[in-house]
Design a protein around this ligand. Structure first.
Ligand code: KQY
Length: 364
């Protein structure tokens, strides 16, 4: 690992581009944990391969795969997906990968955040995250970019930016005592500004109900373009998400972004999901190490967890009753992109979806 830079992106004139800005490509990681993914990861690997195929049709994809899995990954992935030997504890590139920042001179660098498996020993998802901790620096090195080491525990799924100075996040996650307990809200905001190159942080309250990440914003809300935010939504007053989404909407509608624009809120329907079934849970080999994944567990699925790539939106299909409406809404929100729905339940069984398993490399 090369030395990190001692300054910050903000000080050096770098900022994180929005996901909807042009990409050079996408990084992903290959799932393998038998205590998280059923049947030694087989069905999840098939699902990741389908997501990768939908993305590689739009832009290059690099898949980090542990050595022992390279042969099986090659057999499932399209030939156009580049396989890179890279070990990890699990397969959430959004959260363990780097955040890339760019400057006006067309240069790119990577931010390497601290990571504690979504809460460390206070509610985190597994007790040892040494391999995950090393992923971001390796990816930045493989891209040939310079690296900033940020002093903040942060997963990429807990932030979205509009590329014009605004960051969107949730209090439930970033102010959680299991992330950065010694920092105040102001100090956390300061680090977000320094390392994302933003000027303003918009705070939502809680994330999607039951989300094991402690409320990542990428399952709740995201920028469609500057000044426009998509929000997961239900009119079912008996559902715990009802109050959360209504609070988020009320906050957004009174906020302005870094450029002084009011926020227009667009609603995406919330899927109604069956809990994890006996059959889905049966193939998970409990290790006693990770959060047990059991039949009857509620699944925090959201269409907001889509991925924006060049000319395309890759979105999870989650519920036959709402898939068409959600895909049609995404098509309306992104008239210049093709919306591609890909089955998302298998990935959801591991706690996230296509946005959580991808990380964009911005074009420079
Ligand atoms: O929301 C995300 N960005 C990731 C979900 C991680 C789930 C870990 N089991």
């Amino acid at each position: 690992m090369t030395d990190s830079l001692s300054s910050t992106p903000l000080a050096d004139g770098f900022a994180m581009p929005a996901e909807f800005a042009p990409h050079e490509g996408t990084w992903m990681l290959w799932p393998h944990r038998a205590d998280t993914w059923r049947e030694q990861g087989g069905p999840a690997q098939q699902a990741y391969a389908e997501m990768a195929a939908a993305i590689v049709a739009a832009e290059p994809v690099r898949m980090g795969v542990r050595g022992s899995q390279i042969e099986s990954a090659r057999a499932l992935l399209p030939a156009s997906v580049e396989i890179v030997e890279l070990d990890s504890d699990d397969a959430w590139m959004r959260d363990v990968g780097p955040t890339f920042v760019t400057n006006a001179d067309g240069e790119r660098r990577g931010v390497d955040w601290q990571f504690n498996a979504w809460g460390g020993h206070e509610g985190g998802l597994y007790p040892n995250w040494d391999l995950d901790m090393q992923v971001a620096a390796q990816v930045i090195g493989l891209e040939g970019d310079e690296r900033y080491s940020a002093p903040l525990i942060l997963e990429g799924g807990s932030i979205h930016v509009d590329g014009e100075g605004t960051c969107l996040t949730t209090e439930e996650c970033l102010l959680n005592a299991n992330r950065n307990p010694s920092m105040t809200r102001e100090q956390i905001e300061g680090h977000l500004c320094d390392y994302l190159g933003v000027e303003k942080v918009l705070w939502l309250g809680a994330g999607t109900f039951g989300d094991e990440t402690d409320g990542h914003v990428d399952n709740l809300a995201c920028f469609i373009r500057p000044g426009v935010v998509a929000l997961t939504w239900t009119d079912d007053t008996s559902h715990p998400q009802h109050a959360i989404s209504h609070d988020a909407r009320a906050r957004l509608e009174t906020m302005t972004d870094a450029r002084g624009r009011s926020i227009q809120v667009e609603l995406l329907p919330m899927p109604t999901l069956a809990p994890m079934s006996e059959a889905e849970a049966a193939g998970i080999i409990a290790s006693g190490e990770v959060l047990p994944r059991l039949a009857g567990d509620e699944l925090a699925g959201s269409y907001v967890n889509f991925y924006t790539c060049n000319g395309r939106i890759v979105a999870p299909l989650l519920d036959e009753r709402t898939d068409d409406e959600a895909m049609a809404k995404l098509a309306e929100l992104f008239p210049e992109r093709e919306v591609v729905g890909v089955p998302g339940r298998e990935i959801l069984l591991g706690g996230g979806n296509v946005h959580c398993i991808t990380q964009q490399i911005p074009a420079v």
